[in-house]
Design a protein. Structure first.
Length: 419
């Protein structure tokens, strides 16, 4: 991981030279005949296989015009020569100039969309969600006065310094930290990068979620430090937990565990492979006034731990399964399906009749219908029968643009097991 400070202890030097896109000789992508249909439906991606010709010599991330085979304008997009997604659309309007003023407007629009969606008892949420906010490849998560950002596309990388300057100008922002260290960046041909961009953020930030207090490690934690997309779903678990014996699998830093305790759970067992994550989970439990010694903490591989629990004949009234992404690409879906089936089968075997299984998949390539089928097959193999009483999704700060269904990556089921 990169150091957040330069060798002399100061923030890294930022090159303030701005990219420009007002060149009348803008490069262009000419599509193959009939390959403009997705763009006409306002989908923001142009795949490499749809491109017939590149006119000009655009640099990675530079804005190009996307044209039909007949030369008709379709969109302005960021060029990505090393990605299968060869261009990501900034705008479908020809008269807009992609530059600092344009990005300022888009960022303000994204911020205003969150107004009214986030309650006063929550101070951590996603402020910019890439393509769904018209800013492909840009992720901005807020933890009170600290922003954690990811530049995951060639276009976002090209405009990186401009975007940082614009975000730093927001009055509520004191610190900005970069976590551009995901698989998505590698697929764009970009090297991973982390470090300080503005201010001096602490390694661990405190924030409130649904009236509860949490700490996130923004330097080394998963994603940008916490799974902010599960905020609304943790509230659901809180309402189900009263008087129940709860098993929280893939517990990470205890988001579901703390909410279950706040909901009056009779007991909680929290399982995660990372000892460091469980240490932070204990801190989060204690920070909300609960005794961390009252939770059974189990460090180990979730599949192995659950198999041992089944052998021991242990049972629970509420089982939460929130595994990491099993499928990063479409060709990994069959393997991911086997993993989801196995962990859900074990979850059913550990669940008492009348209990609830709350199960998730954050693999975007595993569609909601397929996920339900996998869970149904797991119940069949376990000899169990249940009903889906609620479907769960990512929170409203992770919106899904209508032409871009790929943004709907998180899906969950609340299943009441009757027998």
């Amino acid at each position: 991981m990169g150091s957040p400070l330069s060798a002399d202890g100061r923030p890294p030097t930022v090159d303030r030279r701005l990219p420009t896109t007002d060149n009348p000789r803008m490069a262009s992508l000419l599509l193959k005949p009939g390959r403009e249909k997705a763009l006409l439906r306002r989908h923001p991606w142009v795949f490499a296989g749809a491109v017939a010709q590149v006119k000009g010599r655009p640099a990675a991330g530079e804005t190009v015009a996307v044209l039909t085979a007949q030369g008709r304008f379709l969109a302005q997009a960021a060029y990505s020569p090393r990605s299968q997604i060869r261009a990501r659309v900034w705008t479908f309007r020809e008269d807009e100039v992609i530059g600092p003023d344009w990005f300022r407007r888009r960022l303000e629009q994204a911020r205003k969309r969150r107004e009214g969606l986030i309650g006063p008892d929550t101070t951590a949420y996603r402020m910019v969600f890439g393509e769904s906010d018209g800013l492909p490849g840009l992720i901005v998560d807020r933890y009170e006065d600290t922003l954690v950002v990811q530049f995951l596309s060639a276009g976002a990388e090209y405009w990186r310094e401009t975007l940082v300057d614009l975000l730093a100008a927001w009055p509520e922002v004191r610190h900005i930290y970069e976590r551009s260290d995901t698989e998505a960046r590698r697929l764009e041909g970009l090297e991973p990068r982390t470090g300080l961009l503005h201010g001096h953020p602490p390694e661990r930030v405190r924030y409130r979620e649904n009236g509860l207090t949490f700490v996130a490690d923004i330097f080394r934690g998963h994603k940008t430090g916490a799974y902010l997309d599960q905020r609304e779903n943790r509230k659901v678990v809180r309402t189900l937990a009263r008087g129940r014996r709860v098993l929280d699998v893939f517990a990470y830093t205890g988001g579901f565990t703390v909410h279950a305790l706040a909901g009056g759970a009779a007991s909680v067992v929290a399982v995660d492979v990372s000892d460091e994550a469980l240490r932070l989970a204990r801190e989060n439990v204690a920070g909300n006034g609960f005794d961390p010694h009252g939770v059974a903490w189990v460090q180990g591989n979730a599949f192995e731990v659950l198999r041992e629990m089944v052998r021991e004949g242990r049972t629970f009234d509420l089982v939460v399964l929130d595994p990491p992404k099993f499928a990063f690409r479409a060709d990994q879906v069959p393997r991911a399906a086997r993993g989801y089936k196995d962990i859900n089968r074990l979850g059913f075997l550990l669940l008492n009749p009348g209990g609830y299984l709350v199960t998730f998949s954050c693999s975007g390539h595993v569609e909601a219908g397929l996920f339900q089928k996998i869970v149904a097959d797991a119940a069949l193999d376990a000899g169990r029968w249940g009903q889906v009483v609620r479907r769960l999704f990512q929170g409203p700060d992770h919106p899904v643009a209508l032409p871009y269904p790929e943004a709907a990556y998180l899906k969950g089921l609340v299943i009441n097991m009757s027998r």
